[in-house]
Design a protein around this ligand. Structure first.
Ligand code: PBG
Length: 337
């Protein structure tokens, strides 16, 4: 039997492979593209100087003292990366029940912001106001009688946000998922003269096992009692996530984030469709580590999967990605011209 004829009968004139036949056709029809402009690089800061301390659970990622972070950020800016996000790993002695170090004007995170903005003024600095790096229990808010208290936490987070803006932060990114925080932070920033400081809301932050290596990086895993289910969103709930994001939009968020990333691409798509705000995904520590670990075993092509996952965020509607791969991906993008 004539095999060509058989295919023709089934497909008619519709042959999808025509557009895939050569490199030039594939380039012509490519829908989504990843560029260096899409990348935000999260970094970990430690006290001291001259320190580059590898994080065991995140091969290729290190905690850096402020001086080393400045050097690394200068390199990132040179590669064209538009923004970084900072997370502090502070001394255990400074952590307490209420995370009071978050309200010290020249704490580690604010020192880092000031130094980075001074040395590399053209890179955007995004800071988180959650209390987990500062609390002795590893929770994102203030713990009273076993409960993370919402309004009291918001009050503190608002003050921390203003201090971060005073230190030079360009965008405040609240990740602690307390109700009402976006509006409260917006009002406080405006009252303090920081009208131009933006808010990237961790609008939909899911209660996820993918955060494991991050908690090692900032040394909260040993501290954390219980889970974060009373403030993060259940991985089962997409519609609830959209409602939560809607409130953040109403309260004045400039940008929205979905976290974690790859397992939540449906949320990215829904958020972008629903609000049209600049939408970002956070490819979190566990996602990074999965790829790295498998690649180190020779089981997958790590670079290929890095680029593939980042491109998939773009296809899912994201305007950009927070990723520990940012520098590696930027280098690859520079090479491929
Ligand atoms: N405010 C907490 C916070 N800030 C950043 C991350 C995770 C980032 C990552 O896993 O890469 C988390 C989650 C958590 O520890 O519960």
């Amino acid at each position: 039997m004539d095999k060509t004829h058989l295919v023709d009968e089934i497909t008619g004139h519709r042959r999808m492979r025509r557009n895939r036949k050569a490199d030039w056709t594939r380039r012509l029809v490519q829908e989504s593209r990843l560029t260096v402009d899409d990348l935000i690089w999260p970094i970990f800061i430690v006290p001291g100087s001259g320190i580059v301390d590898p994080i065991a659970a995140m091969p290729g990622v290190s905690r850096m003292s402020v001086d080393k972070a400045v050097e690394a950020v200068r390199e990132a800016a040179g590669l064209g990366i538009p923004a970084i996000a900072t997370f502090p790993d502070i001394e255990m002695e400074l952590r307490d029940e209420t995370g009071s170090n978050s309200l010290v004007a020249n704490n580690l995170i604010n020192q880092a912001t000031a130094a980075i903005k001074k040395a590399v003024p053209n890179i955007g600095v995004i800071t988180d106001v959650a209390l987990d790096p500062f609390t002795s229990h590893g929770h994102d808010g203030i713990l009273r009688d076993g409960v993370i208290v919402n309004d009291e936490t918001v009050e503190q987070v608002v003050k921390a946000a203003v201090m971060q803006a005073d230190a030079g932060a360009d965008i405040i990114a609240p990740s602690e998922m307390m109700d009402g925080r976006i509006g409260a932070i917006r009002r406080a920033l405006d009252a303090a003269g920081h009208q131009d400081v933006g808010i990237m809301s961790y609008a939909t932050k899911f209660s996820s096992g993918f955060y494991g290596p991050y908690r090692e990086a900032i040394n909260t895993s040993g501290l954390l009692k219980g889970d974060k289910n009373s403030y993060y969103i259940s991985p089962a709930n997409g519609t609830e996530a959209i409602r939560d994001a809607a409130l953040d939009v109403e309260e004045g968020a400039d940008m929205l984030m979905v976290k974690p990333g790859v397992a939540y691409l449906d949320i990215c798509w829904r958020i972008k469709e629903a609000f049209g705000l600049p939408t970002f995904a956070y490819q979190v520590s566990g996602e990074y580590t999965q790829i790295k670990a498998a690649a180190m075993n020779g089981w997958i092509d790590g670079d290929r999967i890095m680029m593939e996952t980042l491109l998939c965020f773009k296809r899912a509607g994201c305007d950009g990605i927070l990723t520990y791969f940012a520098v590696d991906a930027a280098k690859r993008l520079a090479k491929s011209g």
